[in-house]
Each structure stands twice: as structure tokens, then as C-alpha cells.
Design a protein around this ligand. Structure first.
Ligand code: PMP
Length: 281
């Protein structure tokens, strides 16, 4: 069955879902995006994603493409039309279609496109074994707090990871891990979760935010500070978070086994808490 995608007000079979070559998202990566997980046919943590979208749009002085109610209805309609039980809805807003010039066009109206992807989120087999990561230099711009579609550096980092037999690249800047190419990064030492504080150097993950809340509710200690690759190699546990992986255990970093090569107890507990909430949401 071909997917149904959304393009500026229309629901279309994916083969007919097209945008203009003059769209500024295509020409300049002048756009932002969000990825919302779907579990049991329901949106998970939707409000956090929309709050972040609003912030990204504001930071780039880009207009909302529709009302908040319309955006929510569009997400629900895509889930329904695609009979999506588990996976994600990807949505992207760009500054719209205009003749190619760098400065903001006066007339353009923001474009909105969205589509679903079927994925196994809850029973993801990677969560049982844990995944491998490698470290790679962070070559991105300095506004990583904006969820921009300008993703060439993460594409190169992820490709390097795949070519080295790993699932994710942890990006390193000034000797410290910033985050994964498409996830936030954590280590666990003496039962304390360590992760970098929010700033313009990382994306404020919605899964990170949920994790902080769950950790607080269940007395798991979190220390917000940057850590080095050496500290990560010597950690008791490591994991990553993202909307499509939730809490994912890491068992190897740069070819070095972490935590005996098995998903650790703190990570497993946090994943379980997250899954319980997502299935209830
Ligand atoms: N950092 C980066 C660079 C990302 O691309 C993502 C995934 N969008 C995240 C962190 C995790 O954010 P979230 O939990 O909202 O998916």
C-alpha cells in the first residue's frame, strides 16, 4: 500500500506528493521539522514537539503554516488515512516558494509537508542487544538548538558510523561529546545519569525532556555536564534518546565495550518507564 502524504492542504498518494523546485527548503535548507512518535495509533508527547516547532519557527522568524488546531488535525488525519499503528509522523515547514534570493521573500507563504513512516518502536530488537556508536568531530553550525532541515553534517556522521559497523555517531567538540547525529547522548556512572546541559550546541530533545521528568519521579539522579569520550569508555552504562528510538542502550563506543557489552540496569529501567508512559499516553 502506498502511503498518503500531506502537501500544503492536500492528502495525496506519495507518488503525487511534490513541491516546487523554488521551495526555499529545497534551495537553502530554509526550513524546520519535527518527528512525532506514534504508538497504538496515538501521538506520543505531541505537545512537546509542537512547542519546540514554535520555538524553531520563532528563532528563524518563519510564519506558522496553519493554526495549531489544523496542525494537530493534520497529524491525526495522516495516522487515520495510513492506518498507522506504530511509527512516526515527519513534518516539515519551510519559508515557502519564491524566486531564488538569499534574503527573506516578502510574498512567500510557509509550506507544510508531512508523511508517516512505519517503524517498530516499542519492541525494537536493538533495545535488547544495545547498539554501537563511534565518535566523530562535530562540524555543525552553532544554532543546533533550532531543529533545522540543514542536516548534511549529521548525514555524513551517520554514514561514517554505518561504514564502521555502528548505529550512531557521537559528535565531539573541544574534547567533549555534544550529542548524537540524531539523538541526545548519556552515560551512567555510579547510578548517576550524566548528560550535557541544554545550550545552542545541542538540540533540546523531547525524549530528553520526558526522561528528565521520569527520572525525577523515580529517584534516578541526573547530572547535567559535558563528558569526554574517555569518560564514556569507562562508564558503567551508556544510552541515547530520540523520538524514534526512545531510550536506546549503547554497548560499544569506538570499538570499546561499555558496561560489559550488555544494556545496563539504569538504562533498562528508564526505557521501561518511557515505554509504559508511551503506551498509556
Ligand atoms: N539531537 C539531534 C541532533 C537530533 O536530530 C535529535 C532527533 N531529532 C535529537 C537530539 C533527539 O530529539 P527528540 O528526542 O526530540 O527526537
Amino acid at each position: 500500500m502506498s502511503r498518503i502524504a500531506y502537501v500544503n492542504g492536500s492528502y495525496l498518494p506519495e507518488a503525487e506528493a511534490k513541491i516546487s523546485v523554488f521551495d526555499r527548503g529545497f534551495l537553502f535548507a530554509d526550513g524546520v521539522y519535527e518527528v512525532t512518535p506514534i504508538v497504538n495509533g496515538r501521538l506520543v508527547d505531541y505537545d512537546a514537539h509542537i512547542e519546540r516547532l514554535d520555538r524553531s519557527l520563532g528563532e528563524l522568524r518563519m510564519a506558522w503554516p496553519c493554526s495549531r488546531q489544523e496542525l494537530r488535525a493534520m497529524h491525526e488525519e495522516l495516522v487515520k488515512r495510513n492506518a498507522l499503528k506504530e511509527g512516526i509522523i515527519y513534518m516539515q515547514v519551510t519559508r515557502g516558494v519564491a524566486d531564488r534570493q538569499f534574503n527573506f521573500p516578502k510574498e512567500a507563504k510557509s509550506s507544510l509537508v508531512a508523511f508517516p513512516q512505519v517503524m517498530v518502536l516499542v519492541d525494537n530488537p536493538n533495545a535488547r542487544t544495545g547498539v554501537k556508536v563511534i565518535t566523530t568531530p562535530d562540524i555543525r553550525w552553532l544554532r543546533r538548538d533550532i531543529k533545522s532541515v540543514m542536516l548534511l553534517a549529521p548525514v555524513l556522521g551517520k554514514q561514517e558510523a554505518y561504514e564502521k559497523g555502528a548505529n550512531e555517531g557521537w559528535m565531539v567538540e573541544d574534547g567533549f561529546v555534544t550529542e548524537g547525529t540524531s539523538s541526545n547522548a548519556y552515560i551512567v556512572k555510579d547510578n548517576t545519569v550524566i548528560t550535557r546541559p541544554l545550550s545552542n550546541r545541542i538540540l533540546a530533545g523531547c525524549t530528553r525532556r520526558a526522561l528528565f521528568r521520569l527520572a525525577k519521579e523515580h529517584d534516578v539522579k541526573i547530572e547535567e555536564r559535558a563528558f569526554t569520550p574517555d569518560e564514556a569508555y569507562a562508564a558503567d552504562e551508556a544510552f541515547l534518546t530520540s523520538a524514534s528510538q526512545f531510550v536506546m542502550p549503547i554497548v560499544e563506543i569506538d570499538g570499546k565495550r561499555v558496561g560489559g557489552g550488555q544494556p545496563g540496569p539504569v538504562t533498562r529501567k528508564l526505557r521501561e518507564l518511557f515505554l509504559q508512559e508511551a503506551q498509556r499516553d
